[in-house]
Design a protein around this ligand. Sequence first.
Ligand code: ATP
Ligand code: MG
Length: 245
Amino acid sequence: MTEIQKIEGSNLLKLYQGKQVLSCSLTLERDNITSIIGHNACGKSTLLRILSLLEKPDQGKVKIHGPRKIGRNPFSNFSLRKKITLVPAKAALLKDTVFNNIAYALQLRGYKKDRIPQQVEELLSTFDLEDKVQSSANKLSTGEAQRVALAKALALQPEALLLDEPTASQDPNHTRLVEGILLRWKQQTGRMLVIVTHDSSQAHNFSDRIIFMHEGRILENRSTEDFFNCPSTEQAKAFIHDRIH
Ligand SMILES: Nc1ncnc2c1ncn2[C@@H]1O[C@H](COP(=O)(O)OP(=O)(O)OP(=O)(O)O)[C@@H](O)[C@H]1O
Ligand SMILES: [Mg+2]
């Protein structure tokens, strides 16, 4: 049974070298597809790492909510951390074949050995990577490596999937392919899906919730329709205006 219903960050504060880069509170809901948007360096990736339990905030708390009680101190709860997958903007793959990268993820999730090869091939062909199965992961193009990282994330069967600019290195056809795969995953699993994107039309078409960040703060957190039709802050108005005109 799916457990993670919400990821809640309260009074999160993060400083790097004494400079505050994040100060915000928010709740991510399982039922939404959420896009986090905002200019370079406004704190999107930092926020995503903290909500994925990969990096601790300097102050504030992350709480994971599920139907059953989920213990305190999620950062030291490794079985909980395994349920949340973050795919960073720069794909981090094992220095091994593409096949082994995916097979390893399936193995971690308890797939039977004899089922793994077929499963790997199916997943890779969904991502238009069927001719790269035996390639070295470190010899792939940037776009191919990003698609392998996404395939690997799906192989991990996370309860919450957080993707940092998942189509930033994809051409238009592969962007549509990846969006379609993610939407199908969302429909089939009903699990939490969050993306960071610089593509406003993607945020508009793909997600039903928008979190707009500016200088480490969340200025807007509302439905996609409301955000694009009637942004309430000057910064969001300017952000939308710059991208449409
Ligand atoms: N590990 C780190 N050490 C020092 N500073 C960092 C570190 N990670 C991020 N920063 C700084 O924190 C700020 C926010 O960075 P972050 O990567 O979260 O921004 P972002 O919104 O994801 O930007 P982009 O759209 O360019 O990816 C930036 O000024 C960045 O230089
Ligand atoms: Mg970033």
